[in-house]
Design a protein around this ligand. Structure first.
Ligand SMILES: Nc1nc2c(ncn2[C@@H]2O[C@H](COP(=O)(O)OP(=O)(O)O)[C@@H](O)[C@H]2O)c(=O)[nH]1
Ligand SMILES: [Mg+2]
Ligand SMILES: [Zn+2]
Length: 221
């Protein structure tokens, strides 16, 4: 097993998280790092999706992953075992990350990465309320969770740039209306990109990776 850095982060001392998130975005720009905040319920496939994206992009970009959990390191080892530098952020009970907690994680990388993923704490509620300083926000919704989740957790689906519908391989077992779900997402967030994938089968991962690569290219100029 590759070593994983595990850090305990403290809640931000900054009163204004939004201002701090803007500061973090300029710090990221100065090291040419593009940060993607990945949010979803536990088990919807964040880590599996990241493994698929890594497979597609690792020869094109330097990649790092920060795994945020209340108290475990399994996801960081999963990423580290494919040879990608992973930082485990322990939130000490907190169910989301803010910008300064994200910054504390970024400082642990051995060198700045061109593309950094933050796997946020599994939770569709408060991660949506806290700007982590990311350049792109992505939500994953998996078929078994049900197509009503954008209606039940509107802020999450309103605040993101990209919604990934995962586990499409299980569609025959669930009453999940994909077209209706995409329509509901677009009603609350007309500019969101919605992609359908199976992280397990690698279906749609190339399109997802191409989308992210184009964003990183545009950012790096
Ligand atoms: N059938 C199916 N299972 C998946 C898919 N993606 C992830 N899983 C499974 O869902 C479970 C949770 O995945 P994980 O990536 O750990 O989710 P996370 O908690 O959001 O990081 C694991 O058992 C995965 O193997 C998929 O596309 N299809
Ligand atoms: Mg995970
Ligand atoms: Zn929270």
């Amino acid at each position: 097993m590759n070593p994983v850095k595990i850090i305990d982060v403290k809640e931000s001392i900054f009163a204004d998280n939004n201002a701090d998130a803007d500061r973090l975005r300029s710090e990221l720009k100065s090291t040419d790092s593009y940060l993607v905040n990945v949010m979803s319920s536990p088990g919807s496939g964040k880590t599996t999706t990241l493994l698929g994206i890594i497979k597609e992009l690792r020869d094109k970009l330097t990649i790092g992953v920060m795994e945020a959990d209340i108290d475990s390191d399994v996801d960081a080892y999963t990423i580290s075992n494919v040879g990608i530098e992973a930082i485990q952020i322990h939130t000490g009970g907190m169910c989301h990350l803010d910008a300064d907690m994200t910054r504390q994680g970024l400082h642990e990388f051995s060198e700045p990465k061109q593309l950094v993923f933050l796997e946020n704490v599994g939770n569709l509620v408060c991660p949506a309320e806290f700007d982590t300083g990311a350049n792109l926000k992505m939500a994953i919704l998996s078929i078994p969770e049900g197509d009503d989740k954008p209606l039940k957790y509107p802020l999450m689906f309103e605040c993101v740039d990209l919604v990934v519908i995962n586990k499409i391989d299980t569609i025959d077992y669930f009453d999940f209306k994909v077209d209706q779900c995409i329509e509901n997402i677009h009603k609350m967030n007309p500019t969101a990109t919605v992609l359908t994938i199976s992280a397990k089968n690698h279906t749609g991962i190339k399109e997802l990776a191409d989308y992210l690569y184009a964003k990183v290219e545009a950012y790096h100029g």
